[in-house]
Ligand binder design. Structure first.
Ligand SMILES: [Zn+2]
Length: 474
């Protein structure tokens, strides 16, 4: 099967190399740990087992499920007491839909004691201890999560005996995936189940099999009973080394997982409020801008004013507008940023709301202009109102608007009732709100368009005017 990154979504199954079943008889035992480390260079004649790559044949599975890391939660589901119902389709842990089974299926419950289960859970936690993941045994009430089914037998989902586990695999992070570790064929061996869970979960964030008997991505039963993700680059492969399915000849399991989830030692994001500044005098509706940086990624920011949660944003740019209803006097502005693992950091400033401006001259900062009674960075300021832009982050307001005819400017929200844009701007409707747009008003000013030209321009362009404010992160 040709494996290209775009179209490649297949399954990789851990074959049972363990204590039971016919499969083990053919498999490598003994001294493989002492064998040549580079079997590509050294002819390798040991028995080969089947590497299971199954074309799922599901038209909806195209690899589109591969995405940026959206959750660090791994839900271990033992399917007690009634089994786990799964239906075929593109993976969705919350609805028990899985790309693995061919038909609606029931995975039989974990067959061993609660104490055995606790040991499996602890082993999986230990195996992932270095990384920024959360391992839970209750289904999360909301949000994205990986569901690792740790129960049943391969036949429960129409797989052949000898398959120890299976996961969707797509050379990247599959959001809301469901992996299967068929615990009931391992006779209660905590280490074997734990190894399988580690391997199957990691497949769903893009790890291949590794030809390394110390790593849970291995097929080799030699080496330590308890495998741990190795911080060494080495060849992929099952019973011999091969190039990696997702490119390259080497894989480093530890680095891949660290790159996906970061370290378990929380490295909080860094939050800096860049506007306004501590102690600034501002007007109602002022913009609040923050920089949030993180080693893995910032995923959320909350604005609190005087301790009350006002707004939440889930992607950069981290720009808020304070409510117009905020009264005069001092206010505490607090921005809390979160990384993928939910680790927070915050920054606070105090600002004072003074009397609203009527014109630019009322603003204490002489590069500001006045919009609807609030002072905002004006023309001539980089990213100020009316400056050309290609994206939201370039604008002090966090809003870059385009008329669809090649004109893009930094804009400020405005209220058409107030007609409070500066003289050479007009307040026009755009998307769900209104913005100050150059030349759209009757004011003239620096606009070279006369009113008639401006109106006709917007008569054509208005329908195409689009705010990119809500553009989602890829
Ligand atoms: Zn595997």
């Amino acid at each position: 099967m040709k494996t290209t990154l775009a179209g490649f979504l297949s399954f990789s199954a851990l074959l049972v190399t363990g204590m039971t079943g016919l499969a083990s008889a053919d498999f490598v035992q003994g001294d493989i740990g002492d064998a040549a480390q580079n079997p590509l260079a050294t002819p390798w004649t040991r028995p080969q087992a089947t590497y299971k790559i199954i074309d799922p044949g599901l038209p909806t599975v195209t690899g589109d499920g591969v995405s940026a890391v959206q959750s660090n939660v791994i839900y271990l589901n033992n399917c007690k007491p009634n089994g786990c119902q799964v239906t075929p389709g593109q993976d969705n842990s919350a609805t028990n839909r899985s790309s693995i089974p061919d038909q609606a299926s029931t995975v039989t419950p974990f067959a061993y004691s609660d104490s055995n289960w606790q040991q499996v859970v602890q082993c999986v936690k230990d195996t992932y201890a270095a990384y920024g993941v959360q391992i839970v045994t209750e289904r999360p009430a909301s949000g994205n999560y990986h569901m690792a089914i740790v129960a049943g037998r391969p036949q429960d989902v129409q797989m052949q005996s000898g398959v120890g586990g299976v996961s969707p695999f797509a050379c990247g992070f599959i959001n809301n995936a469901i992996s299967f570790s068929f615990a009931n064929i391992y006779g209660g061996s905590v280490d074997d189940v734990c190894w399988t869970v580690a391997q199957e979960t990691a497949h769903s964030w893009g790890l291949d099999h590794k030809f390394d008997n110390k790593d849970p991505m291995t097929y080799l039963q030699s080496g330590p009973d308890r495998k741990t993700f190795q911080n060494t680059a080495g060849p992929c492969g099952e019973f011999s080394a091969r190039n990696c399915q997702c490119g390259g000849s080497n894989m480093n399991s530890h680095q891949m997982i660290m790159g996906t989830f970061g370290s378990s030692t929380p490295t909080p994001p860094t939050v800096t409020i860049t506007a306004p500044k501590q102690g600034d005098s501002v007007q109602a509706g002022f913009a609040i801008r923050a920089d949030i940086t993180d080693d893995v990624g910032a995923t959320k920011a909350e604005l609190r004013i005087d301790g009350n949660l006002v707004a939440t944003i889930n992607a950069a740019p981290w720009v808020f507008n304070a409510p117009m209803t905020l009264g005069q006097g001092n206010h505490t502005i607090k921005i809390t940023g979160y990384d993928v693992g939910g680790t927070p950091d915050d920054a606070s400033i105090t600002v004072a709301i003074g009397a609203p401006c009527k014109k630019a001259a009322d603003c204490s900062n002489d590069t500001d202009t006045c919009v609807d009674g609030r002072c905002v960075p004006g023309e001539g300021v980089d990213g100020g109102l009316g400056d050309t832009c290609t994206g939201n982050p370039e604008c002090k307001s966090g809003q870059c608007a385009s008329d669809g005819s090649g004109n893009s400017y930094c804009v400020e929200s405005c209220d058409p009732e107030l007609d409070g844009c500066p003289g050479d701007f007009g307040c026009i409707t755009a998307g769900t709100g209104s913005v100050c747009w150059p030349g759209a008003g009757g004011g003239g000013g620096c606009s070279t368009n006369n009113d008639a030209a401006g109106l006709s321009f917007f008569g054509l362009g208005l329908g195409a005017l689009l705010l990119s404010r809500r553009r989602r992160r890829r």
